[in-house]
Write a protein that binds this ligand. Structure first.
Ligand SMILES: CC(C)(COP(=O)(O)OP(=O)(O)OC[C@H]1O[C@@H](n2cnc3c(N)ncnc32)[C@H](O)[C@@H]1OP(=O)(O)O)[C@@H](O)C(=O)NCCC(=O)NCCS
Length: 196
């Protein structure tokens, strides 16, 4: 794990307030979160789970994630309420190759905890970590039906980079339009010094 990520993670656990006044705690995934993390995915309706790339209903998949935590590659930042995991945003980094400067972000919030600003808070933290890690861009991929997510990422400053008709297949092999959104992570100061 890079020094900058280690430093950035010292901010956690972090207390935040949801719109309805409930308190949530943001913190990275730990090795012993397996059961509780699996419960989050079990709470996601089947029609939405089909769009998730991994077989998250299988506890073995979650066990594998919890056993092989490497924040420098995949950093899952959890949102918990009363000790229960209710949301997760992940920063995925490629450690080499032509996308090594681009962090991929994804997010998921339990249906009972949506509309409370949790995803916005999780992604905002993840983007701050991405900047600290020296990443220059963030990207997020969707299928066109994930309209709430597309709207939320647009509000956070992401713009559509590409849309490809019938490009991806869900778990039932049904094709969907693919949308890639992106955000430049360079700070204003960096732009200013580059210009001056
Ligand atoms: C997308 C998702 C993460 C949003 O989580 P959330 O915690 O409810 O999001 P927030 O409360 O931070 O919403 C932020 C903004 O997004 C927009 N938004 C969120 N849900 C919306 C919905 N269902 N319809 C329209 N706009 C929506 C709103 O503008 C909202 O701001 P507002 O409440 O002030 O109007 C959640 O709906 C989810 O988990 N969806 C399924 C998984 C998914 O599609 N993930 C994206 C793949 S990367």
């Amino acid at each position: 794990m890079s020094f900058s990520i280690e430093l950035e993670l010292q901010k956690f656990p972090k207390n935040v307030k949801l719109k309805d006044g409930r308190k949530a705690v943001l913190r990275p995934l730990k090795a012993d979160d397996e059961k509780d993390f699996h419960l989050l995915f079990q709470g996601i309706p089947e029609r939405e789970r089909m769009f998730i790339k991994h077989r998250v209903q299988d506890i073995k998949v979650i066990r594998d994630w919890c056993k092989n935590i490497d924040y420098g590659r995949n950093l899952p930042l959890l949102g918990t309420v009363d000790g229960k995991i209710v949301g997760c945003a992940t920063l995925h980094q490629r450690l080499g190759g032509w996308k090594r400067h681009i962090g991929r972000v994804s997010v998921l919030v339990h249906p009972d905890f949506r509309g409370q600003g949790l995803a916005t808070k999780l992604i905002t933290e993840i983007l701050a970590i991405a900047r600290e890690a020296g990443l220059e861009k963030a990207e997020a991929a969707f299928i066109a039906e994930q309209e709430a997510a597309v709207k939320m990422f647009a509000l956070l400053g992401f713009s559509q980079l590409v849309r490809l008709d019938d490009y991806v297949k869900d778990m039932q092999a049904i094709t969907h339009d693919y949308i890639l959104m992106g955000l430049d992570l360079k700070t204003d100061e960096e732009y200013a010094s580059a210009a001056g």
